[in-house]
Structures are given as structure tokens and as C-alpha cells.
Design a protein around this ligand. Structure first.
Ligand SMILES: [Zn+2]
Length: 276
């Protein structure tokens, strides 16, 4: 019994933080050109390389984009959409949710929606938090702004419908975990002391091992990546090898978050109705 109607879902997602990965930590970092250049690698080199790889294997994916990044790179947004990928909401400036007032969080939501809708031609259907955290009002905002899915929580290996204030909603949660993220393996900078890089083979071992169990249990594999990190040569090979490995298995569905959301909604709704 497959988890979706098209098989085991493998979701390759990319968070296009670029320079905001640093400016969100401290706006003063904008004055440090070498630090900023580590983010710029993502749009200059990482993205073209990633898009070529996805084209080679004929897969479509979801890109979570801060509105500010979309405004800085409208041509990149058009290219992503033209190639059949999905763009989803990843805040406006990547400011960390826990440091924002409710008014500021709402502003990040609205400015991001406006920028993404303007640069892609459609309203984003999914939302992923910058820096992996929610405030007390984030869930309410997801509902108020009509999102169809969220990809944020770490509490499951299967999609589920979000509960908000005790009520089940129609918002599909597509959970992930740090081991399925490239940053804990490779994020390295002189402003983040104590971090070391790991060998690409460590990531491949972790991801193929995750794949084995998730596939065996017929759950879901949600991979989160950053073009400035995974787009570097030795690491992109890991992603390519994961793609090759996954495609050696029967009934693996590599798709966009919105496609899998639509599919899961029907299945989860039927399960809920049956249980009622
Ligand atoms: Zn991010």
C-alpha cells in the first residue's frame, strides 16, 4: 500500500536563503563582502548547477524563497517557474520568527506573499519558516492566509493534517528533520565558531540509510537543501547519487510539494472520514 496514489514520495526542496542566511542573523553582516559572497554562490553558481541536474533527471521540485530574494532575482524566479518547479513562501527577509513582534511577523508574511506573487505570477501555496521556528501566532497566520501546506514540524515521517487550537484543518504538514538538511553537515563560516564540515560521503550514507527505512515503511522523505551549500561540486554529487539510488526502487514519486499535498489531502480526508 503506497503512501500516495503515485508511490513513495521523495521531496527535494531548496531554501533560497542566499545572503539572507547571514543578514537575518545580523543586518551588519551586509557590510562584510566575503561573508555575503558565501550566500551569493547560491544564485551565481549553485542554482544553475542544481537546475541542470534536475533537468537531467527530469524531476520537478519546490523552492522555498524569501520575498526579498525573489525581488532581487526576478529572472531566476521566472526560470524556476518556466522549468516546471514550484515556488513557495519562506518569509520576506528571512528574519527569525522568534525575534519578531506579531505585527512584524504579519508584515513578513504579507510582503513575502506580495513579492512572490508578483515575481512568479501565482500565489504561493506552501510555507516554510526561516530558521525552523514558529511563534504563538504562526499557525493562525497560515490558516488566515489560506496556505495549503506547511513544511516545518519534526514530529513525524509521514504527512498529516495540521491541528490548530484543537481543530483539524485542511492544511497538510510535510514534516522533515535536521538529518535530512544539508546545513548541519556543511554549514561552515568564521562567524559560526565550533562548526566543522563533514565528508560528502557522510551525507550520502545518512540520506540513503534514511531512504531505506522510510521506503520500507512507506512513509515520505523530505529533503531540505540550500543552493549555496548543496550546489558545491562535491555535495551536488551526493544529491545526484541519492537521485540515482531512489530511482533504482519501484514506485518512487519525486515531485513538488503542492502535487503531493493535493494527493495527500484526498487520502487523509478519506482516512479521517472513515474513522469518524
Ligand atoms: Zn531558510
Amino acid at each position: 500500500m503506497a503512501v500516495t496514489s503515485k508511490g513513495f514520495p521523495l521531496l527535494l526542496t531548496f531554501d533560497l536563503d542566499f545572503e539572507t542566511m547571514w543578514t537575518a542573523r545580523d543586518p551588519a553582516y551586509a557590510q562584510r563582502p566575503i561573508l555575503m559572497s558565501q550566500g551569493a554562490y547560491g544564485w551565481k553558481v549553485g542554482m544553475p548547477r542544481i537546475l541542470r541536474l534536475l533537468e537531467k533527471y527530469e524531476v520537478c521540485c519546490t523552492f522555498f524563497v524569501p520575498g526579498l530574494v525573489a525581488e532581487q532575482h526576478p529572472e531566476l524566479m521566472r526560470e524556476i517557474v518556466d522549468r516546471g518547479h514550484e515556488v513557495a513562501h519562506h518569509s520576506y527577509s528571512h528574519k527569525w520568527i522568534v525575534n519578531l513582534s506579531p505585527e512584524e511577523e504579519r508584515e513578513e508574511m504579507e510582503k513575502g506573499l506580495e513579492a512572490l506573487t508578483r515575481t512568479t505570477g501565482y500565489r504561493p501555496r506552501g510555507w516554510r519558516s526561516p530558521a525552523a521556528e514558529f511563534s504563538a501566532i504562526t499557525l493562525d497566520l497560515l490558516q488566515e492566509y489560506g496556505f495549503d501546506y506547511s513544511s516545518n514540524f519534526f514530529d513525524d515521517d509521514s504527512p498529516y493534517l495540521l491541528n490548530i487550537r484543537g481543530k483539524q484543518t485542511n492544511i497538510v504538514e510535510l514534516p522533515f528533520r535536521w538529518v535530512l538538511d544539508d546545513a548541519p553537515f556543511f554549514q561552515y563560516s568564521i562567524v559560526l565558531p565550533g562548526r566543522t564540515m563533514q565528508a560528502p560521503s557522510a551525507l550520502l550514507e545518512a540520506w540513503t540509510s534514511e531512504f531505506d527505512t522510510l521506503y520500507e515503511e512507506q512513509r515520505m522523505m523530505m529533503v531540505g537543501m540550500h543552493p549555496q551549500i548543496i550546489g558545491q561540486p562535491s555535495r551536488l554529487k551526493v544529491l545526484e547519487n541519492l537521485l540515482i539510488y531512489a530511482r533504482e526502487h519501484d514506485n518512487v514519486w519525486i515531485g513538488r510539494c503542492d502535487e503531493i499535498t493535493d494527493d495527500m489531502r484526498l487520502i487523509l480526508k478519506a482516512q479521517t472520514d472513515a474513522a469518524a
